[in-house]
Write a protein that binds this ligand. Structure first.
Ligand code: M6R
Length: 602
């Protein structure tokens, strides 16, 4: 989950490392640190501290040198404190690590270094292991050491006696490399170094990068040169700041009409969905008997929307699996199973491992991913990229709605190819899909109304969200949004299920949010609202315009689309609700406590 960065070149490293760490901070913000080779002292000097990069900056004013590495941490092994912050130095070796080393305790015993360690981290042990094997040949030492590691790692390594050169190696955890006339750069994520070059590559797993001012040479563990595949950055990194918004989350919410349009438009040809741009073969949609969606958190909620529409329109059974549980539940998979992985980052380890597991058992695979060239994208047989652009706020918004948009496209494609929708019906479906951005804009234009409603949640400790049919998965996502950024306990329920136990928790202190967008479920949902109102709950109702009636009070009117397309306009209102509660509580909306944007630990 951590972010790592490295630079060697002709400029001072400090500014480049700190700027990169600021960008990487969304991957973890428990502590930060840099190590820079100081020519006067002939060694790599470490500056690090618990807390955010901002705090580190204050401690770094004296740092000099043109080569260094940096790290921003999401704590796994060892608490949040200065000593456990990276970089770690042991003997001649200084390193930063992203990942988890599972056998670090055994290695500690094997080396007999318990008393020498300064931290409780698994990462310091790796520094010690490389140092132990280092007798003048850095690559040999690194290879020997990493062969003994079990777990995941992205490592950037410096040796005191090899000035101004870096080494990098990885297993699972990503490392991106690029260079320009001013030097060479590595990072966990292209966002941190994309401003230096639009051409970059992802370091292949189990290869070593030797990074100097002028070159990045990659070799395999036998010493053979490796030519990594070059990628071109198509995100406008220079334009990726907050653009005047107080938080990235607000900016990203507001970008949704544009990015949903981008995701859909390029994939419509002659009124039909078209994946020829990404070379996704039609057979993937026709030669499967069932679909297994694998994802985590918000991405999994996108899968639940996909399940709803694909089962309804295509008649193909879809199971949606939490990636972290998938392979432990003896899933039924065969070559007629289509696995769809959904991931913004493309690096979520649970999703990645589940994908590998399913592919090994013969499943075909398609991934819906936002970050180009990410590990899940590369491990999948087929990829459809969401065109959401960089999503920085930990709480996912535009990545979610573009994932759902891709599910609509997949659904239409599958339905057409299987004869479930004819030409005219497919055109109607696509026409309704094309109306989504305007509906989203409509909700955004009335965000002040949502802001006003959010006042009702500011002092709540618990809330419930109730809905039926497609509204239920939408509320699962709405509930997650509210929980993660406002710290209000929230639970989403299929409205009819409440009375089987949970309704016991409803009091006049538990605001309830009710969503009503599905025509045929309206009367039942109104009854469920009455049930909670009778127990004293204050209910905020978000109702599709065409369903507004005298039978139930409307708190917020959602623009009307056909039922199956309401998932996106509805979640926009919920994202805004969560956002306003969090910002009005004075919380750090973009970096909620205990979380990180990219989850690379199981
Ligand atoms: O990068 P991914 O989409 O694979 O991440 C999966 C989840 O960690 C992520 O969706 C998480 O639930 C959201 N950031 C919550 O807003």
């Amino acid at each position: 989950m951590c972010g790592i960065i490295g630079y060697t070149g002709y400029s001072q490293a400090r500014g480049i490392l700190l700027k990169g760490l600021k960008t990487l901070e969304y991957r973890g913000y428990d502590s930060a640190g840099i190590a820079v080779y100081h020519p006067d002292f002939n060694e790599t000097l470490v500056t690090k501290c618990e807390g955010r990069v901002e705090k580190l900056m204050d401690k770094c004013s004296d740092v000099r040198g043109t080569a260094g590495i940096g790290h921003t941490r999401w704590a796994t092994h060892g608490g949040v404190c200065d000593a456990n912050s990276h970089p770690h130095k042991f003997g001649n070796v200084t390193l930063v690590h992203n990942g988890i080393i599972e056998n670090y305790a055994a290695i500690t015993n094997q080396l007999g270094i318990t008393k020498k360690l300064k931290s409780q981290t698994d990462s310091e042990v790796v520094a010690a292991l490389i140092d132990t094997y280092y007798h003048g040949d850095p690559k040999e030492a690194i290879i020997r050491a990493v062969k003994e590691l079990s777990g995941t790692f992205g490592l950037a390594i410096m040796f005191d006696d090899i000035p101004n050169q870096l080494f990098a190696v990885r297993n699972v955890s990503p490392i991106i490399c690029c260079q320009n006339d001013d030097g060479a750069y590595i990072a966990s994520d292209i966002m941190a170094i994309g401003e230096y070059s639009e051409n970059y590559f992802v370091l292949p797993e189990l290869t070593i990068a030797h990074i100097t001012k002028e070159s990045i040479d990659v070799t395999d563990f036998k010493g053979n040169p490796v030519e990594p595949k070059m990628l071109t950055l198509d995100w406008d990194i220079k334009n990726s700041g907050k653009k005047g918004y107080p938080f990235y989350m607000e900016k990203e919410i507001m970008e949704q009409p544009e990015v949903i349009t981008k995701t859909i438009e390029s994939r419509i040809k002659d009124g039909k969905p078209d994946f020829s741009g990404e070379q996704v073969d039609d057979s993937i949609f026709t030669e499967c008997d069932n679909i297994t969606v694998i994802a985590c958190g918000t991405a999994m909620h996108a899968g639940l929307i996909g399940k709803h529409i694909i089962e309804k329109i295509c008649g193909v059974p879809v199971t949606v699996n939490m990636a972290s549980e998938y392979m432990y539940n003896e899933p039924i998979i065969n070559e007629r199973t289509l696995v769809i992985c959904v991931s913004q980052s493309g690096e979520t380890i649970d999703t990645l491992e589940a994908l590998k597991y399913a592919r090994k058992r013969g499943a075909r695979s398609l991934s819906i991913v936002n970050v180009k060239g990410s590990t899940i994208a590369r491990e999948s047989e087929n990829v459809i990229y969401t065109n959401a652009g960089p999503e920085i706020a930990v709480a996912s918004t535009k990545a979610y709605t573009t994932q759902v948009a891709v599910f609509y496209l997949i659904c239409a494609k599958m339905a057409y190819l299987r004869g479930k929708l004819d030409e005219a019906q497919t055109a109607d479906f696509m026409e309704e899909l094309a109306k989504i951005p305007a509906a989203v804009q409509n909700v955004l234009d009335r965000r002040d109304e949502v802001h006003h409603l959010s006042n009702g949640l500011l002092t709540a400790e618990h809330t419930f969200m109730i809905g039926r049919g497609l509204d239920y998965p939408t509320l699962l996502e709405a509930s997650l949004k509210l929980k993660e950024i406002s710290y209000i306990h929230s639970e989403a329920f299929a409205s009819g299920e409440l009375k089987h136990g949970t309704i016991a928790l409803i009091t006049d202190q538990t605001p309830v949010i009710a969503l009503l967008t599905q025509d045929f479920l309206m009367s039942k949902q109104v009854s469920n609202i009455r049930e909670v109102q009778s127990r004293g709950a204050n209910v905020l109702t978000f109702i599709k315009e065409s369903l507004v009636s005298d039978h139930v009070h409307t708190s917020f009117t959602l623009p009307a689309l056909q039922d199956d397309f309401m998932a996106i306009p509805a979640i926009i209102a919920m994202q805004l609700l969560a956002y306003y509660v969090s910002s009005d509580k004075g919380l750090d909306v973009d970096k909620p406590r205990n979380l990180a944007k990219v989850v690379t630990v199981e």
